[in-house]
Each structure stands twice: as C-alpha cells, then as structure tokens.
Ligand binder design. Sequence first.
Ligand code: C5P
Length: 219
Amino acid sequence: MNIAIDGPAGAGKSTVAQKVAAQLGYVYIDTGAMYRALAWAALEADLDLADESAVADLLRENRIYLRRNGGSQQVFWNEQDITGLIRTPAVSNAASIVASHGQVRAQMLNLQRQLAAEGNVVMDGRDIGTHVLPDADVKIFLTASITERAKRRLTELTQKGHSATLAELEAEIEARDKRDSEREVAPLRQADDAILVDTTGHSIEEVVEQLLDICKKSG
Ligand code: C5P
C-alpha cells in the first residue's frame, strides 16, 4: 500500500506522515526535503534560482539521499549531511522557486517514483496524489488555518534557535502557497480522490489517529 499526503506549507504533513509511517512500519519519504536540499545547494553555489537549466544541471550532477535515522529522516547532498541546514525561511523560499522549474520536477518525479517502487511508503509533498503516485491507495490533503500553520512554524524555528515573527511567517507561508499553487507544472492541488483533513485545533496525536483510521478503512 502507498499513502500520499499533500497540502500547503506548515500543515504538519511531515510530522504526521512520519508518525503514520512508523505505526504502519512503512518507509517515510519527505519530498519537500528533496526540493529543500536542491535549493540549499543552489544557494551555496550562488546560482540564479530562476535559471532553470543551471538548477536542473546542479541536480543532475549531484546526489540527494534520504536516510532513515530512528524515527526521523536525514538528508544528504552527496556525502554531506544537510538535515539541520534546510529548514530556514531562506531555504523554504528558494525551494519553492527551484520547484517551479519543469526540468527540476521531471528529475524529482523519477527519483521519487524509484524511492516508492517497492511499495509501503508514506510520501508527503504537494503533487504526490496528483502526479508522483496517482495510483496511491490512500490520498490525504492535509490543511490548517494560515494562523495555526504560522504558529507551528514559529514554534519549530524558535526551538531550533532561529528568530522570526508570526507576521513574517504568515507572509512567507502565503507567498509560498501562492507560488506553489500557481506554477504551471504540477501545482499544489487536492487530488479529486483525496480526503481533506483540516488539522486546525487538533493535536498531532488526533490527526495521526484519524489518518490511521482512514488507512484501515482503505486497506
Ligand atoms: O514541504 P516543504 O515545506 O518542506 O516543501 C518545500 C517546498 O518544496 C514547497 O514550498 C514546494 O515549493 C516544494 N515542493 C514541491 N513538491 C513537493 C514537495 C515540495 O513543489 N512534492
């Protein structure tokens, strides 16, 4: 069984997807981390993020690798562990720019389908139910109010020692959702057969239970 979890920025997809995968004994694949890794490398290389060929070449010539580490996931760019470097607002913003390029998405699609080929994966992103795994057995579209999503991001960033304000994060999330929804290739969209789950006001545990229940009914 494959499970696709899509939704806007900060809806709690990765936290929830990781826990659902652990409960089911499935492999968790964070596709956002792959775009973030590429964005981080493009920033490091001082590339023009709008230069589609340059960014696509960078991806072609290097290797992104996701490794399971207990309950969480590590992200490697070639041999470098960049897990702790890819969650900043600058990388979030850059990720959504590099993710708008068709040449980049085509390569990511291949990589992501290879990762899911053996089945029993929980994959989260923006286009999993619509493009990467259109035949997924369970499709969830996870969302929450913009204020709640910004509050969660603020807690996450503060815990990691970064500083930001709620207003800044709301603006960043809104801009990113707009870019992700309006891009031409594989925009953020709820698949016709996806189940909408609004997590506003619900704890992580409640949402995980709800998703496991949906999976049980589909299995
Ligand atoms: O989910 P996360 O916030 O880590 O994703 C970072 C960015 O990567 C998103 O804003 C989006 O532009 C891009 N992305 C995407 N397709 C995916 C996953 C992420 O375009 N499947």
